[in-house]
Design a protein around this ligand. Sequence first.
Ligand code: PAF
Length: 274
Amino acid sequence: MVIVRTIEALQEAKKACVGTIGFVPTMGALHKGHLSLIQQARAENEHLIVSIFVNPTQFLEGEDLDAYPRKEEADIKICELAKVDILFMPTIEAMYEADELSIGAPAVRGYILEGQKRPGHFSGMLQVVMKLLNLSGATKAYFGKKDAQQLALINQMVKNYFMDVKIIACDIVRDENGLALSSRNVYLNAEEKKRALCLSRSLKRATKLVMVGELSVEVIQKEMLEVLEEADMVEYVAIVDRAFNPLVRVEIGNTIILAAAWVGKPRLIDNLWI
Ligand code: PAF
């Protein structure tokens, strides 16, 4: 594995990549969820590039960029063991110049749900993903379904800007009890970890309803909220199509059901694709 920190070094290392390139962009502090993306990309491509870059433009004012977990040594080990070919760890200076042009998230779908909570976050995310996709020259790029709205907006960017890369949506990785893996789970104590399962349970309740033919978004949301009473505070329960347009009735094969709630310290999200 080669570790590169500049654009020039990345371009040089890429000269050895003849054939398909799989790419997994990350902000580091890698966990099993990232590892599953890396493993899938490894299996499906001749070459594998992973990036670790804590992107400042997707943090809002007041959000603590410096407090974002950094585990460089452990991350390098994980990538080595996963047989990554190129690990790209650029500096902020290598990625950005002053007075950049920017791309913006769509005015509606970029500012609802997670985008309402963090207005502007998705513009910064799209900006860096555009840069990273261009730099990697990826044939396929891998993103987790856990961040479903991020994934939908990346798909839209690739479509709107005619980008030549295939976006692969990877399944959510869960622990043995069904809790979706997240770096925030470390903040849950044993009791909160149990209560946090109400998110995945609310999604199971939704599945059961759909399986018996209940497609009304209103009815499903109401039932999910009952299950979510165990959380400290529910932020939203939403049912949208795969491009994040709101739905009135579930469309089998084109629906994502989402929940966001606070349990103890962390704010947790989970979703289910139907
Ligand atoms: O999901 C993430 O970790 C980040 O938003 C991404 C896609 C690496 C862009 O910084």
